[in-house]
Design a protein. Structure first.
Length: 202
């Protein structure tokens, strides 16, 4: 089976099934411009000829000032060849341009006691983002599984028959601020960038 490796990216999710592409030149290698739209009030979606990324930022939009941003993310592909999404190439970009990668899993586990309440609330509050399943096989985006559940993964693989989804946790120094954020997955020839707006409460 022909494999495409996506190396050096994250929402929303959301947005979006097995080896991947990586790095930091947005647009390089694209034959068509990506489509970025909203699939719901707090659901953003990115689509190009290879991947679809969906980011549900509903919980994050209600968490101004919190030290952790929790996003519900789904990733899939429109190709039969495998696409790899690597955890170390998933990040968010703050309104002031600072990039925040997913923390090491050991660091996430160490911080879990302080965020477990928010994690439970995020799991309840997040909107369904399985509307793009279309008969696809599902899998966990297990970059940051909760303690005592499943093993953490360094990468997942998606194609047109597979979609991976799950909650992702980013530490935000200074707390979540209003403005335009981006969820990013870095691939070899392009970056999948999903902008989303955290609004100031009225």
């Amino acid at each position: 089976m022909k494999t495409i490796v996506l190396g050096p990216i994250v929402m929303l999710t959301a947005a979006a099934l097995l080896t991947g592409c990586s790095s930091s030149s947005p647009g390089k290698g694209r034959t068509t411009e990506p489509t970025v739209d909203k699939a719901g009030k707090t659901i953003a979606r990115y689509r190009d000829q290879l991947v679809e990324v969906i980011v549900d930022y509903k919980f994050a939009s209600r968490s101004l000032g919190d030290d952790w941003m929790i996003l519900n993310v789904a990733v899939t592909s429109s190709k039969s060849a495998a696409i790899e999404v690597r955890r170390r190439h998933v990040l968010v970009r703050t309104p002031n341009g600072r990039k925040i990668p997913l923390p090491a899993y050991a660091d996430f586990i160490a911080a879990y006691p302080e965020i477990q309440s928010a994690a439970r609330r995020a799991a309840i509050a997040s909107d369904p983002i399985d509307f793009t399943m279309a008969g696809r096989q599902t899998c966990d985006l297990a970059f940051q599984p909760l303690p005592g559940t499943v093993a953490s993964l360094e990468s997942v693989f998606v194609n047109m028959r597979k979609i991976c989804s799950g909650l992702l946790y980013f530490p935000v120094q200074g707390g979540i601020q209003p403005g335009t954020w981006e969820f990013i997955i870095e691939f070899e020839e392009f970056d999948a960038r999903v902008p989303f707006e955290i609004e100031q409460p009225k």
